[in-house]
Design a binder for this molecule. Structure first.
Ligand SMILES: [Zn+2]
Length: 238
């Protein structure tokens, strides 16, 4: 009888050890980790950077998108060109609404079209563009506008382009940089890599354009072997 009790106790202990090891290994190899998804929404500057015509034209579409995201409990990473920052700050109702999105879990981040990209947003540190009719100011001046948007007082994520511009125009204090979109599925998953611009270290990761991968994405999502759960899945709508 004593022996039987000992055997039962032994089996229980071994079972607990195996269960614990299983949970530990599962966590280590990412089996139990949820997919980390970053959904970047690019809010573009439009063709006339001195105006807020473009955000005014598409403001209602953004409201609809956020409403749909909220209905489905999806959190968005809203990356605004400075024209959107100015447009939001012009009106206290609009500004309060953006802050309510943030407190509801959406990120308020930055998107910058540099002078070497189409639809330049008008801001750069590059002296060669300071006499351009589209020039509006330096990157520091742009950040005075943009850092008013998040409650924290510092934007943490940017999609700043191009590679040619970013070496001069990376904004101070921004910790994360998202880039890519030129490749389809290859840019969907990435692990953050350390990058250095203007003397600052940032964590850089890729994004894939949803428009480019729309037909492939469902296959990927239903095939669990394509997941790399220690990586971040990043889709861009622009
Ligand atoms: Zn853009």
């Amino acid at each position: 009888m004593e022996n039987r009790k000992r055997i039962i106790l032994f089996v229980i202990i071994i079972s607990l050890i195996l269960l614990g090891t299983g949970i530990g290994l599962g966590t280590f190899f990412g089996i139990n980790k949820p997919t980390r998804l970053f959904i970047a929404i690019h809010c573009e500057p439009g063709s006339f950077p001195a105006t807020t015509d473009y955000p005014e034209q598409y403001w209602f579409n953004l409201l609809q998108m956020i409403s749909q995201a909220d209905q489905n409990d999806v959190k968005l990473n809203l990356l605004f060109n400075p024209q959107w920052g100015s447009y939001i700050l012009q009106n206290t109702t609009r500004f309060s609404l953006v802050r309510s999105w943030e407190s509801n879990g959406h990120e308020i981040g930055l998107h910058v079209h540099g002078p070497n990209q189409g639809s330049w947003c008008g801001y750069t540190n590059q002296a060669a563009f300071a006499s351009d009719p589209k020039y509006l100011g330096t990157i520091a001046e742009m950040m005075v506008i943009m850092n008013q948007l998040p409650a924290f007082g510092q934007i943490l994520t940017t999609c700043s382009a191009t590679d040619e511009d970013i070496i001069f125009d990376y904004p101070v204090g921004v910790l994360f940089r998202t880039s890519g979109g030129s490749e389809k599925m290859n840019h969907l998953w990435s692990k953050p890599t350390t990058e250095t611009f203007t003397g600052q270290s940032t964590a850089g990761f890729n994004h894939a354009r949803y428009g480019n991968i729309q037909s492939d994405i469902n296959k990927t999502l239903t095939n669990s072997s394509n997941y790399t759960k220690s990586a971040i899945m990043n889709m861009l709508w622009d």
